[in-house]
Design a protein around this ligand. Structure first.
Ligand SMILES: Nc1nc2c(c(=O)[nH]1)N[C@H]1C(S)=C(S)[C@@H](COP(=O)(O)OP(=O)(O)OC[C@H]3O[C@@H](n4cnc5c(=O)[nH]c(N)nc54)[C@H](O)[C@@H]3O)O[C@H]1N2
Ligand SMILES: Nc1nc2c(c(=O)[nH]1)N[C@H]1C(S)=C(S)[C@@H](COP(=O)(O)OP(=O)(O)OC[C@H]3O[C@@H](n4cnc5c(=O)[nH]c(N)nc54)[C@H](O)[C@@H]3O)O[C@H]1N2
Ligand code: SF4
Ligand SMILES: [Mo]
Length: 577
């Protein structure tokens, strides 16, 4: 049997997959370019949960569903929380929102991922439309700003060939080592760097003034704001030289430039301002609305796709969720005990909940603490469809084979809707609803209808159609001698799925010995990890990958100033033996 599907993971690339002769293969066409990454190459080797359980005892799926129903009946709707993560990026995953919202339960808002950056982008441009891969391919110069493509978006790599590459990253990543210029910036120095680069463009008369007069007339005021950044002191502070800035400006002048940003630059309280300042630099260069030019981030993957589900509900933030306010918490496609910030707080709050239900694929910290564990079916055994935050394809995900164990999100929601008298359409109707947003290309693949290949060609989506510059910055950074925590994506795991690491990476000059166990602490908590040396790091940084058990003991559950996002790199840390 041959089936067409797509990788379900929360990843920029959203690869197309062909399943034949019992194996997953990469699609040779389009953005997937004939290869997958290690997660999908080894997907079927990772052990999934097969048997449901209640208070540690194995039970049948039927019994699990009955227990779930009883828990819900025994709680007031307002005492029920539905907490859903992005373990699977399929659009049908939201079907459970429909049940819980219709029932009157509380859902979440806030964001653990890209929300701060997105808020800054929306403030500037009025929307978060992405520069697709197909346009990045046409650029002459690519600035990779806080993104690690060898690990998190490997399908970008073939597009970088023969282009001028500039990397801005506190780590000498693989792409940094291959780049024409690498600025090994001090973490959290990006806002200042972007402001200074805009200022120098203005001083050198290298801005696109005609463009700005039409689409960004506040540019003079923004220039004044850039003048508030003290050059010498700031350069010293962020560890960048005038020569490096000059070199970048020389390379981007009169070129088609794509600025490819990741989430690394916005895991701070002022993360929104960072993306907005980078956008402003792009506006100064006139990069929006032109072929092969623009800023790529995590675009809105649901742009131009309306949800068919009822989702109006009371909501509380995913960043600092007070679980203890609820009697029943239903966790789907997420591992909050590892991935939410401030794990000690999460543990305490979740342990006060009477019924914790975990609906997922793998065993982890959250399944271990749950009262009721319900195994999900993997994407290979259910129908879904997905979009991407980095390109415009719409990708149906066919079931490749039936499976005995687990239950799909649709089947679980259908069971609950029937039990509680809530209307739900057939699975096919929802899938067709999503498919109807696809425009078929000559090769049979689908693109989301109505998305612009070159976004913002006719100005911005703000009220007056013009780019809205930052008008103030809050540059309150302490120089306290503590170390920066970089908590980034690992090549071996997808956050807490697959093969997780359990090390702290440090520059050898810090004096800690390979394999010794050290204590890493912040104002929120601590953990102990074995040391691995990595001289690709700066000496003022500590790197602990996302998915490392306990890393979020160190992080804060405060929100970013805009965008209701987690701020995983705001806390600094200390290391002791
Ligand atoms: N293999 C793998 N792939 C993944 C994931 C995974 O866990 N593993 N997760 C997926 C998810 S959920 C997401 S959101 C994406 C995210 O993918 P990316 O956007 O690539 O995210 P990160 O790895 O968090 O950070 C990227 C880079 O930012 C740099 N960085 C950190 N702090 C700063 C800073 O202050 N300034 C600058 N200039 N750079 C900084 C880091 O050193 C790192 O190289 O990846 C997706 N893909
Ligand atoms: N320290 C630190 N913390 C971070 C980050 C960081 O960089 N550093 N990154 C943050 C970011 S960007 C993100 S996006 C979040 C991610 O945080 P989470 O959304 O919690 O993601 P995962 O750790 O990937 O856990 C996803 C879970 O989904 C389940 N799952 C997989 N497929 C399915 C399915 O088809 N159905 C169901 N029901 N379940 C499924 C798996 O069992 C898995 O445990 O983590 C955030 N936390
Ligand atoms: S690169 Fe991303 S989308 Fe492609 S197979 Fe790997 S995780 Fe999935
Ligand atoms: Mo993410």
């Amino acid at each position: 049997m041959k089936a067409l599907s797509a990788c379900p993971l929360d990843c920029y690339d959203a690869c197309s997959i062909v399943y034949s002769e019992g194996k997953l293969h990469a699609s040779k066409d389009g953005h997937t370019q004939g290869f997958l990454c290690p997660h999908l190459n080894h997907y079927e080797k990772f052990e999934t949960i097969i048997t449901p359980r209640y208070k540690g005892e194995a039970i049948s799926l039927e019994k699990a569903l009955e227990l779930l129903q009883e828990m819900l009946r025994a709680s007031e709707p307002s005492d029920i929380l539905h907490y859903r993560g992005h373990g699977n990026f399929g659009l049908m995953q939201q079907v459970s929102d429909h049940f819980f919202a219709s029932y009157g339960a509380t859902l979440t808002d806030g964001n653990l991922c890209d929300g701060a950056g997105e808020a800054g982008i929306i403030e500037g441009r009025g929307s978060n439309k992405n520069m697709p891969l197909s346009e990045i391919a046409k650029a002459e110069v690519i600035i990779i700003w806080g993104r690690n493509p060898h690990t998190t978006s490997s399908h970008l790599l073939p597009l970088l060939k023969d282009k001028t590459i500039i990397v801005i990253d506190p780590v000498k990543t693989k792409i940094a080592k291959m780049a024409d210029v690498h600025i090994q910036i001090k973490p959290h120095g990006d806002l200042e760097l972007a402001m200074m680069m805009s200022r120098f463009l203005h001083i050198e008369n290298a801005t696109d003034e005609l463009y700005m007069k039409e689409y960004a007339s506040g540019y003079e005021d923004f220039y004044e704001l850039t003048q508030t950044v003290r050059i010498k002191a700031t350069l010293d502070d962020i560890d960048v030289t005038l020569g490096q800035i000059g070199h970048i400006l020389e390379l981007v002048r009169n070129k088609r430039v794509a600025i490819v940003c990741g989430v690394g630059i916005q895991k701070y309280a002022d993360g929104a301002d960072v993306l907005r300042a980078i956008d402003a630099f792009a506006v100064y260069l006139g990069l929006f609305g032109k072929e092969g030019c623009g800023v790529a981030y995590l675009g809105n993957s649901k742009e131009k796709i309306d949800s068919p589900f009822f989702t109006k509900a009371a909501r509380i933030s995913k960043v600092n969720t007070d679980f203890s306010k609820f009697q029943t918490v239903f966790i789907q496609g997420a591992n909050p005990l590892s991935q939410m910030p401030d794990t000690l707080r999460v543990k305490e709050s979740l342990s006060a909940v009477k019924n914790v239900v975990y609906f997922g694929l793998y065993e982890n910290e959250t399944s271990a603490e749950a009262d009721l564990v319900i195994p999900a079916k993997s994407f290979l055994h259910k129908e879904d469809i997905r979009a991407s935050y980095s390109h415009n394809a719409l990708l149906p995900m066919q079931s490749v084979a039936p499976s005995e164990s687990g239950i799909s999100e649709y089947a679980l929601s259908a069971y609950l809707c029937t039990a509680f008298g809530i209307t739900l359409k057939s699975e096919e109707e929802y899938l067709n609803h999503f498919k109807s947003y696809g425009l078929q290309k000559a090769d049979g693949s689908l693109l989301v209808k109505g998305r612009e290949e070159i976004p913002y060609s006719e100005g911005f989506d703000t009220d007056d159609g013009e780019f809205c510059f930052l008008d103030a910055i809050d540059s309150n950074k302490e120089n306290d001698g503590k170390l920066f925590l970089l908590t980034v994506k690992s090549p071996h795991s997808l956050n807490s799925q697959f093969k997780r690491e359990q090390f702290v990476y440090l520059h050898s000059a810090l004096g800690f010995i390979e394999n010794e166990t050290v204590r890493i602490s912040s104002i929120n908590g601590e953990l102990r990890l074995e040391v691995r040396h990595n001289d690709d790091l700066r000496q003022d940084c500590v790197l602990i990958y996302s998915g490392t058990s306990g890393v979020n003991n160190l992080t804060s559950s405060k929100h970013s100033l805009d965008g209701k996002n987690a701020i995983y790199q705001e806390n600094k840390v200390e290391i002791t033996r």
